[in-house]
Design a protein around this ligand. Structure first.
Ligand SMILES: O=C[C@H](O)COP(=O)(O)O
Length: 312
């Protein structure tokens, strides 16, 4: 897909310019996207490649707990597992928690290389003022979060107020300082694949370091066609702007099969530059145990059973 590089600098100069740009993006061929994602999802891979893929997937996990009932103890246990998932398995990429638990995770993960990610901006609805969203972000960053996962204002996006969405993302990005910003599109609420493409571009233009599919609180969450469209968007955005943005499917990814399908999509769509935890994450609360079980099965020929591992 070709996008005029010159147009990117001025794209958010007005609501009209932003709308013209986003609605000027080529429409998504829905049937084609569904078929391509389904076809890539059935690719089989050799046993040696599978072992590597499982370890790569583990290293890409954002191990997540986002429940009202979360406690400091639960987060500490999760952090221990994030650093030493089991046997010689690699550590995960990050632990993702609500802002009030950032400090607990920061202390538990100090010096381990596992990042602390936090949802902010009135997650998961995003329904609060910009002031509240910015201060939510600033507090999480001050507590030591390395990464902020913000939600876009879907109400504004769906009613065509793109500039408001752009301004919020840009303000939250500024509040992030050195922390990386992941922008959650909540694709299950965006209604069309064209909207997923537009929201992806909007987030990247406003400064997202990552674009993320979902909060995990809305169904459907991370589907393969949606991830495919977002991978195409980051690929095309890098071609147009020279800046690489990461992708994080999140929500409903529970099995090794799901994880490997995602890795095949990355390889076939955006390319191998994205096949690292720096550029691709899997946001999941209960994927890690299945990855560890399949890893054990490949190494020993038998399953250890879910009770062999600590709970996700
Ligand atoms: O960001 C990650 C999601 O909240 C996790 O969703 P999940 O519980 O469906 O894995």
């Amino acid at each position: 897909m070709s996008v005029a590089t010159t147009s990117l600098a001025d794209v958010a100069s007005s609501e009209a310019a932003l709308r013209a740009f986003l609605h000027g993006l080529p429409g998504v061929d829905r049937v084609g996207a569904d078929q391509r994602a389904a076809m890539l999802g059935t690719r089989s891979i050799k046993t040696t490649a599978k072992a590597q893929a499982i370890d790569l997937a583990i290293s890409m996990v954002d191990l997540t707990t986002l429940e009202g009932a979360d406690t400091a103890g639960k987060v500490r246990a999760m952090c221990a597992k994030a650093v030493h998932p089991g046997g010689d398995a690699p550590r995960v990429a990050a632990v993702c928690v609500y802002p009030d638990l950032v400090e607990v995770a920061v202390r538990a993960l100090a010096g381990t290389g596992v990042k602390v990610a936090s949802v902010a901006t009135a997650f998961p609805s995003g329904r609060s003022s910009l002031e509240v969203k910015v201060s939510d972000t600033a507090l999480a960053v001050a507590a030591g979060a390395d990464e902020i996962d913000m939600v876009i204002d879907r109400g504004a996006f769906l009613s065509g107020r793109y500039l408001k969405v752009w301004q919020e993302i840009a303000a939250v990005k500024a509040a992030c300082g050195g922390a990386h910003l992941k922008v959650i599109l909540e694709t299950g609420e965006l209604a069309t694949y064209d909207n997923v493409r537009r929201a992806s571009w909007l987030a990247m233009l406003a400064g997202a370091d990552f674009i993320k599919t979902s909060t995990g609180k809305v169904a459907p969450a991370a589907t393969l066609p949606v991830t495919l469209i977002m991978l195409e968007a980051v690929r095309d955005f890098r071609d147009a702007s020279g800046r690489q943005v990461g992708v994080k499917p999140a929500g409903g990814i529970r099995t090794t099969k799901d994880a490997i399908k995602n890795l095949v999509l990355v390889h076939e769509t955006a390319g191998d530059d994205w096949l690292s935890p720096d550029w691709f994450r899997l946001g999941a609360s209960s994927l890690l145990n299945d990855l560890l079980m399949q890893r054990q099965k490949l190494a020993t020929g038998r399953y250890a059973g879910p009770d062999y591992f600590t709970l996700d």
